[in-house]
Design a protein around this ligand. Structure first.
Ligand SMILES: Nc1ncnc2c1ncn2[C@@H]1O[C@H](COP(=O)(O)OP(=O)(O)OP(=O)(O)O)[C@@H](O)[C@H]1O
Ligand SMILES: [Mg+2]
Length: 326
């Protein structure tokens, strides 16, 4: 684990964004994507920046966050490649992944193991208000918050256009819309169940509960469905500490979380829940947030996080020019 001082020293060097002259650029909230031709292949270069988003807004940058996320995803792609082929080609820099450019399928596969959530679009919120049918999964009465489902449930969601909100829908509704074939949907659904099962199993060995997560798939140049985007990162998943789960559940307390809850809570305490001006995040809060991301890396992967204090943007440029000219 890096020292507090090293994390503080990294604050002025965080990676806020990139603007390379490389193919076609697409900027997400956290990642800068470049689609380009390389070695006779269409590739997607994804720069995982240090930007942190919460309440659908970009809040600030967090030291080492991009590297943490990229390397957690790398760990999981490796751990799951026997279940489903993925887009991975190479990692030219700790903050960068290069994948095969695929035709992204317009449905996100969300897998959930527990009845939970915080926002008013969450499964828990609807359940509490009497909802029992979640995308065709009918839940029993008398469940409590954070209770484990008898079986993990799939709540697919249609991908909204940039800036829009995703919508959860049952299989038959997705098929009615004609955005995906039944065959493709079922391949994704089966893979999602297996990927989630594997995720739960590997995380459990580390004392971590993989609560819920989402997968994205695409078709490669041969028409095969592969896993794209990221997998089982703290940005796409919810994790709890296993050792305290039962006691907290029995006592009706909040679960101990390994995700961006720390900064979300700080923001909410400042009165920010997505509207208006984003509060300025002080250095000690950035450091605490960074520590949580690094802890997440170490907990989930069982490895020590290794990183160097220094200018990420400069290093990145060097590594990319080496990569592109090799
Ligand atoms: N190998 C790939 N081929 C094609 N598209 C991909 C590949 N990997 C990821 N994508 C897509 O690229 C896009 C990356 O966007 P990104 O996650 O950076 O931002 P976003 O999803 O638009 O917004 P957010 O920041 O909220 O996640 C996603 O739509 C994802 O499905
Ligand atoms: Mg995304």
């Amino acid at each position: 684990m890096l020292t507090d001082d090293q994390i503080l020293q990294q604050i002025p060097h965080t990676l806020n964004g990139t603007n390379f002259d490389l193919g076609e650029r697409y900027e997400g909230k956290v990642r800068d994507n470049y689609t380009f031709d390389h070695e006779g292949m269409k590739k997607r270069l994804i720069v995982v920046t240090d930007r942190l988003s919460a309440f659908d807004r970009i809040i600030t940058t967090i030291p080492f966050k991009g590297q943490v996320l990229n390397q957690i995803a790398a760990f999981w792609f490796e751990e799951t490649k026997d279940i489903m082929a993925n887009h991975l080609i190479e990692f030219p820099d700790p903050n960068v992944v290069v994948g095969k450019e695929c035709n992204a399928l317009p449905v996100e596969m969300v897998m959930r193991g527990y009845l939970t959530g915080v926002t008013n679009t969450s499964v828990w919120h609807h359940y509490k208000n009497g909802g029992r049918d979640f995308c065709g999964n009918v839940l029993p009465d008398d469940m409590k918050k954070d209770q484990k489902f008898d079986h993990p449930i799939l709540t697919p969601s249609t991908k909204a256009e940039h800036g829009g909100h995703d919508e959860s829908v049952a299989r038959e509704n997705i098929l009615e819309r004609g955005v995906i074939s039944a065959e493709d949907f079922d391949i994704m659904a089966e893979a999602s169940r297996k990927l989630y099962e594997r995720g739960v199993e590997v995380a459990a060995r580390q004392g971590v509960i993989l609560v819920d997560t989402k997968y994205e798939f695409g078709k490669d140049e041969n028409g095969n469905i592969v896993l794209i985007d990221e997998i089982h990162t703290p940005d796409s998943s919810r994790f709890w500490f296993a050792d305290e789960y039962q006691a907290r559940f029995d006592a009706g307390e909040e679960q101990k979380k390994i995700d961006k809850e720390y900064l979300r809570k700080w923001l909410a305490d400042k009165g920010f829940v997505g509207e208006g001006e984003v509060p300025e995040v002080p250095e000690d809060i950035k450091m605490e947030t960074a520590k949580r991301y690094i802890q997440a890396f170490e907990l989930i992967t069982g490895k020590t996080f290794e990183a160097e204090v220094g200018d990420v943007a400069g290093r990145l440029e060097g590594n990319l020019s080496k990569y592109l000219n090799s």
